[in-house]
Ligand binder design. Structure first.
Ligand code: FES
Length: 81
């Protein structure tokens, strides 16, 4: 299995709709960050499906190192250049 790549070293503020299902990019290769665009094919990494619990903004991880995917947990501060 390949390793996730760092799409960005900070989260993105996504505007989510309650009850809607989203696919969070776990491999870091998607051009549609923070969501999956199918670029994980062949990496052995699968996107994470989740349903938004409420309407509004959520900080979604783009560094792909979070321990609480799809949400940012601050792990991006440890990502090296
Ligand atoms: S962007 Fe990945 S933990 Fe913050």
């Amino acid at each position: 299995m390949d390793k996730p790549v760092v799409a960005a070293k900070q989260p993105i503020d996504a505007d989510l709709v309650a009850g809607k299902e989203y696919w969070w990019c776990a491999c870091g290769r998607s051009d549609s960050q923070p969501f999956c665009d199918g670029s994980h094919r062949g990496t052995g990494i699968e996107p994470l499906g989740f349903k938004a619990e409420k309407n509004g903004e959520a900080w979604l991880c783009r560094c792909k190192q979070t321990k609480t995917p799809p949400y940012c947990d601050g792990s991006h501060k440890q990502v090296e250049d």
